[in-house]
Design a protein around this ligand. Structure first.
Ligand SMILES: [Mn+2]
Length: 186
């Protein structure tokens, strides 16, 4: 994670950027690793509050899975509630791990007022939100959810493209862009 600071004439807008929280990831099948991911998430939340950033930008994979368990879900809610109580917006996109075919967890959190899903209409943040607009700096953020590569290499999936002479048609290519993201560690 890092905080990007964009200078304005009065006060700069401060963002805390993070990603790949992977809540619920029991790496190596060890509960200790699941706790590590949880603690790292709370560390980021507390850093955002301590520094009083203007927003937290999360670039996807809040959860390790599109079907998080109750522990991961309650950890996410607790963290987002702490941010909301501190009046810090949580801005995010859908990652390759936590995306589902249709509805998204992020939309559920947005409906609760705990998150904003970044998209093609910009989300504007101004420093000194309550103060005089003259001299305040402004940042507008846009988001793009995880997109599967349109033409994965045959060896990358192991399940398709075994026939070397099979040329991908344009219809195949466009349908690939809409399939549910494959599970891929990153
Ligand atoms: Mn990830």
């Amino acid at each position: 994670m890092y905080a990007a600071e964009l200078r304005g004439s009065n006060r700069m807008v401060t963002l805390l950027h993070t990603a790949d929280t992977h809540l619920g990831y029991r790496q190596y099948h060890r509960p200790e690793r699941e706790a590590d991911f949880r603690e790292a998430f709370y560390e980021v939340i507390e850093a955002a509050i301590a520094r009083d950033v203007d927003a937290v930008v999360h670039a996807g994979d809040l959860f390790n899975s599109s079907r998080p368990g109750i522990d991961a879900l309650s950890d996410a809610l607790e963290g987002l509630k702490r941010l909301a109580a501190a009046d810090i917006p949580f801005l995010s996109i859908v990652g390759n791990h936590d995306g589902t075919r249709d509805r998204q967890w992020l939309d559920v959190f947005a409906s609760l007022g705990l998150a904003t899903r970044l998209g093609e209409s910009g989300f504007s943040i101004r420093s000194d939100e309550d103060g005089d607009e003259t001299g305040a700096s402004r940042v507008v953020l846009y988001g793009l959810d995880h997109v599967e590569p349109a033409s994965p290499s045959p060896t990358a999936t192991g399940t398709r493209g075994r026939s070397a002479d099979r040329a991908p048609s344009s219809s195949t290519r466009s349908s690939r862009a809409t399939i549910t993201p494959i599970r891929r560690r990153s």
